[in-house]
Unconditional design. Structure first.
Length: 293
């Protein structure tokens, strides 16, 4: 097992971050786990859920070099989750997206002097058509460039699709729409998306922390969900017989189907297919089981 005395999780107060931080504290009883986030309310939620003297929360912004210099000192391992991720807001505020997702990553890489750096990416970065996707593609390129230049450290990318039930996800939005208007809005019912359970992703991240090789893009096994099936399951569980389904049309840059990798990439994948429309989809029963977890 690799020595990981100090682990920094950027964005550790977010949905994935909270699950990862708790798992790291449990798995590595001798490690200090730090997290940096600019949301003090989110950090408070993290502290309420994690009662450990080994958790060191830092209120700061990855765009601020001074905050990062303090956070990254003496770290062995960095898991870089922090990002501006809402597609609509990234389109409206591209400067914010670029400075957070790209410049923030460069700042972190410049200051890092540990042994393992993992950057968390998304399928939206594959053949990117949105501002968000483009910034995550550039984040990947920055991490992989360091892998080529610095052979004494590991620089790794993990790429995943949607995390089921994450903050700000379509499911969260639909449940709000049902409670407010008893309807849900779907951009296109023929869409398919890759999804992964948060516990599965956390276990995968830790596995790559321990065994991953520098310069690789790792993709965990994921499942495909048809948006029409997800909408129906959501209505069955949280709506009623008169809950309406409203089709509003795709957003700017939104794809009908997603890809997880392209030919020629240094990808290590556990998938049967890189295209969501070619992968077996979850059954209605499986979707409902995930929704009720």
């Amino acid at each position: 097992m690799r020595v990981m005395k100090v682990i920094l999780v950027t964005g550790g107060s977010g949905f994935l971050g909270r699950h990862l931080v708790r798992r790291l504290l449990d798995k590595y009883p001798d490690s200090e786990v730090r997290t940096i986030s600019r949301s003090e309310n989110a950090i408070q939620r993290l502290l309420i859920g994690c009662h450990s003297e080994r958790l060191v929360p830092i209120v700061g912004d990855i765009r601020d070099v001074n905050s990062l210099r303090y956070a990254v000192r003496d770290t062995d391992t960095v898991v870089h989750l922090a990002a501006m991720k809402h597609i609509d807001l990234c389109e409206t505020y591209p400067v914010e997206a670029i400075t957070t997702n790209v410049i923030g990553t460069k700042n972190l890489l410049d200051l890092f002097s540990g042994t393992t750096f993992i950057g968390m990416s998304t399928d939206k970065g594959v053949e990117a058509t949105t501002c968000y996707g483009a910034t995550k593609l550039l984040m990947e390129r920055l991490v992989l460039e360091r892998a080529k230049k610095e052979k004494k450290r590991r620089y790794i990318v993990i790429r995943a699709g949607n995390i089921f039930g994450s903050s700000g996800s379509v499911i969260e939005r639909w449940r709000q729409e049902i409670s407010q208007n008893n309807e849900i809005t779907v951009t296109n019912s023929e869409m398919t998306r890759f999804f992964i359970n948060v516990k599965t992703l956390v276990d995968f991240i830790i596995e790559i922390m321990e065994t991953g090789e520098s310069g690789n893009i790792y993709i965990p096994h994921q499942r495909t969900i048809a948006l029409a099936d997800l909408a129906k399951a959501t209505i069955d569980l949280y709506g009623d017989k008169v809950t309406r389904l409203k089709v509003c049309g795709p957003r700017v840059g939104e794809k009908l189907h997603e890809l997880l990798f392209t030919e020629g990439e240094g990808v290590i994948s556990a998938l049967d297919s890189n295209r969501s429309q070619n992968s077996p989809t979850l059954s209605m029963e499986e979707i409902k089981d995930w929704l009720m977890e």
